[in-house]
Design a protein. Structure first.
Length: 213
């Protein structure tokens, strides 16, 4: 589902990482760990076609990202990708249900029942009419997770999705991510500093400036 070959990322002369190669199969759950600033979020952004790189290639569901222009990447993200950002990116003027429904609307597949199911799955049942400013940080994080899952993406990229949650809620939300990924055969790539979260993955990869293993 996801193949990264020899990826290198630099800002001008300053290298972030190089020689990063990994493959994640459909239905597989891989955790990526590494110290702060090593480039985990950058790597996920590259995988989503939201950032560019200097060497190497990334294939998502057989599609080489470098061969797509911005519009092509946006279409691929819309149809096949779910992304939970480190900084939620919940839209402040839409209510919770509208935020979660967004991927379905972009695909012209509105489905309020599915939206409510996802809200319940992350423990936010009944809060659909609230505005984001009326939620806690942990609740916002769960809105972002419900939104990433709602359209059943083939590749799910999650950047520290349990960072703002208490251990109990974190483990429940992680369970939702895993169950959904498993149910839909999606590949799940999770960036985390949490050993508990990484411990649930099929594989744990350690990112360093000179590679990943
Ligand atoms: N626009 C930029 N110009 C130069 N360097 C940048 C720029 N954006 C990010 N960086 C650097 O790239 C490196 C990787 O950042 P990234 O956010 O991917 O790290 P991370 O592993 O996700 O860290 P954390 O665990 O704290 O979230 C950092 O050292 C950061 O300083
Ligand atoms: Mg990060």
């Amino acid at each position: 589902m996801l193949e990264v070959q020899g990826l290198a990322k630099r800002y001008g002369e300053v290298g972030v990482f190089r020689d990063v190669s990994l493959a994640v199969a459909a239905g597989e759950f891989v955790a990526i760990v590494g110290e702060s600033g090593v480039g985990k979020s950058t790597l996920l952004n590259c995988m989503a076609g939201l950032d560019d790189w200097q060497e190497g290639s990334i294939r998502v569901d057989g599609q080489e990202l470098a061969a797509l222009d911005d519009d092509g990447r946006a279409l691929l993200r819309r149809a096949r990708l779910g992304f939970v950002f480190q900084a939620f990116h919940v839209l402040p003027h839409l209510d919770v249900a509208q935020n979660v429904a967004l991927p379905l609307l972009l695909l012209q597949r509105p489905d309020p029942a599915r939206v409510e199911t996802m809200l319940e799955a992350v423990g936010l049942g009944g809060l659909g009419a609230r505005l984001p400013q009326q939620l806690s940080g942990g609740q916002l994080q769960r809105v972002a997770i419900a939104r990433a899952l709602v359209h059943g993406p083939k590749l799910l990229l999650a950047d520290e999705p349990t960072g703002n949650l208490d251990p109990g809620t974190a483990s429940r939300v992680l369970q939702v991510l895993r169950d959904q990924a498993r149910a839909t055969g999606a590949a799940l790539v999770l960036v985390t500093h949490s050993e508990a979260a990484a411990g649930q993955a099929d594989r744990v990869l350690h990112l360093r400036s000179d590679g990943i293993a």
